[in-house]
Structure formats: C-alpha cells, structure tokens
Design a protein around this ligand. Sequence first.
Ligand code: CA
Length: 228
Amino acid sequence: MKILVVEDEIKTGEYLRQGLREAGFNADLVRNGVDGLHLAKSGDYDLVILDVMLPGMDGWQVLSKLRRHGREMPVLFLTAKDQVQDRVNGLELGADDYLIKPFSFAELLARVRTILRRGRNGTEVTVLQVSDLELDLLRRRVNRSGKRIDLTAKEFGLLELLMRRQGEILPRSLIASQVWGMNFDSDSNVIEVAMRRLRAKIDDAYDTKLIQTVRGMGYVLEAPQEPV
Ligand code: CA
C-alpha cells in the first residue's frame, strides 16, 4: 500500500515516513503543498496524510484541488489542537479523518489501517480471502487451511497486494513501486527472491498453488479453476 506524507516539520515527517515503512507500507514524504498536490495527482497512492499548515499551499487547498481533479483517494488530515475550524473545513472538503497534534504513532497507524480497510466503496474489509488462504488486515495475520503463517512486513505487503488484486497479472514494475516504493533495474532479482520466499511459506506445503508466475509478464494470485 502506497502512502504519501505531506508534512513541513522535518522531524515529524521523517518520523512518520520511517514508522510507516517499518510497518510495511511504502511511504513517500514531501514538505510543501505544491509538491504534495503534484505527487498525489501523479502517483498511485492509496492514502494521503496531509498536514494543514504548510508553506505555499495549505492542506485545505491541496485537498480541494485534488478532489477537483477527480482524485478520490482517502485523506487523513494532521491538525493542531486549536484549529477546530480546520477540522470542520477538512471534513466538508472530503477529508476522511483527522488527527490532532501531538499524536502517538500507534494512534496514527490505527487510523491509517482503519481508513485503508474501508476500501474504495466505503465498506469495511478486514479479512482478504482466496481459496483457503486468509489475510487478516486487522491483526496482521495470515493463515492457510487454519494454519498460522509468519511473514515479514515486506512479505505481508506483497501478499496483501496480490490478494487485493487477485486474478490480475501484476507486472514486476507495479510490484516494485507498490511494495518497495522504487523502480528496480530490470536485471535486479529482489522481487524474484521475495516472491520465492513468500511462495515457500504460502504454497510449498500445499498441493494447490495459489501464486503463479506468468512468464515475461509478472505474477498472479488466484484460486485454481475447478476441473469441469
Ligand atoms: Ca505544518
């Protein structure tokens, strides 16, 4: 999941980016509203965390321009305690939530996960399921046929992407940008190595393989077709 943080306070911004990355998200950070708007319009972000008081263009302006451009990704506002009017404004403009500074990282992370679980149509999805494989977004747990499988944060992010887009062939470039937040050289084998580790945990012990390599195209996770 890709998150954009727009925050001009250097320490807060770095802290958020680092924490989100350690939690398995792919997080980018920019320090002013103009750059924030530009990236939010061009990047494929699942969530934008937007400070209200920003140099140049403030958080409200960024949000209203984003919505005017038809970008509907959720937005979480960061606002100071004495800016009650900010929150009203933000929610009227279509912010999904707000957090009052100072806040704990645990609180931010909980909000982020809640917003992302709501999914695009507003209904809350907490467990992704494909065949006998289950990924619990709330408890950050994966099991197959009822057996718990331990994954690293990156493996969890990779599996979450594959499961959210089950049945779609995901090119390596998309996986690289969504899970690692970078573009790999075409000869890099980072994705192959991570995918091999994930498959060893998810598929090796089972007759039915859920993750498939599509030669020259990418990877797909899907439940196999029932034989006719
Ligand atoms: Ca600020």
